[in-house]
Design a protein around this ligand. Sequence first.
Ligand code: HEM
Length: 352
Amino acid sequence: MTTNDLIPVADAIPVDWRWLYFFLVLTFVLHLLFMNAMLGSAIMAFVGELREKNAGPGRDISTKLPYTIAFTVNLGVAPLLFLQVLYGQFIYVSSVLMAGFWLAVIGLIIMLYYSAYIYDFRFEKMPAARTFFIGLTVLLGLIVAFLFTNNMTFMLRTETWQEYFGNRSGTLLNLKDPTLLPRYLHFAVASVAVGGLFQAILAKQRKALPYREKRMNQGMRWFTTATVVQILIGFWFLISLPIEVMLSFMGGAVPNTVVFVLGLVGAVVSLAFGFTRRVWPTTVATVVTVVLMAIVRDLVRGEFLKPVFHPSDLKVVAQYSPMIVFLIALVLGLGLVAYMLYLAANSGKEAE
Ligand code: HEM
């Protein structure tokens, strides 16, 4: 049996693959931004508890955390569906290889939710246990992210799938992959940066916030420090890739190189704005960078799978109506969410 025999036959898709690809990247970026805001803010709150207890950003973050968790989880569902439609024959196999851990993600996220809620609702009543609950929230978030990175890299390493015949218990992880650690750290450090920026935005928006100036500067400092570290980790990630994948981003393939270089420029621009503490320009440059880097991440996936598959290989059995219904639901849903956030932000102002 060869490795390729282990790749299941792909199902037909209902619309041109480019639509599905577009929505995969779009919804993944949204998932990622909220995930970053959630995990990064939780890390800031945890460090605040350890360092300054009552003057730290913890109280403020505690009330926002449950929202960001809900957005992260709900915005994760959409890319999961698009991923399954486009790359089902890969993601299903990798999910089976690590099935025990993969199913555990549900329980871990429920526990994460609980600990974040306890941190919020019992903030004043349990000062001694606060550090524990926010620490638990951070730990669970980091574990969930690690399991995601395992699955997203396992699906690309078809040559390792034979390991299943030596271990059928669903407890395999992709630990031998040299890209695993830098890729994981790339996401973890991005969370710290975006979390800091998120806190700076919240402080800027709320004129009556106690220690407003301090919070804004604190958030921007987290952003710039993490982004400097991120540039180093990014290069580690780049050189950990198989040589032919890496070279495709260094002139080997023009589209890959262009998007990658634009992403790097975006990172440098956001850093420059960050150092001068300009919150909105930093935010715009960061979102553009995240979009470009999410495309780079997908191009990496394309390079890995090139020998065996490209989404354009999928057979199309045209049926456009479900996508139109999805689009209508997406626009209406986003409108409602924006309105809800507007109401929530205003009720916060009244409480201040
Ligand atoms: C605490 C909660 C979560 C955290 C910290 C988290 C974190 C992450 C991270 C770090 C990645 C990137 C992994 C990589 O490419 O190496 C990722 C990707 C992804 N996450 Fe989440 N995630 C969470 C919850 C969820 C949930 C609940 C879902 C779905 C129901 C989800 C769906 C996805 C999907 C589909 C991708 C990959 C998209 C793609 O490959 O294009 N996530 N997540």
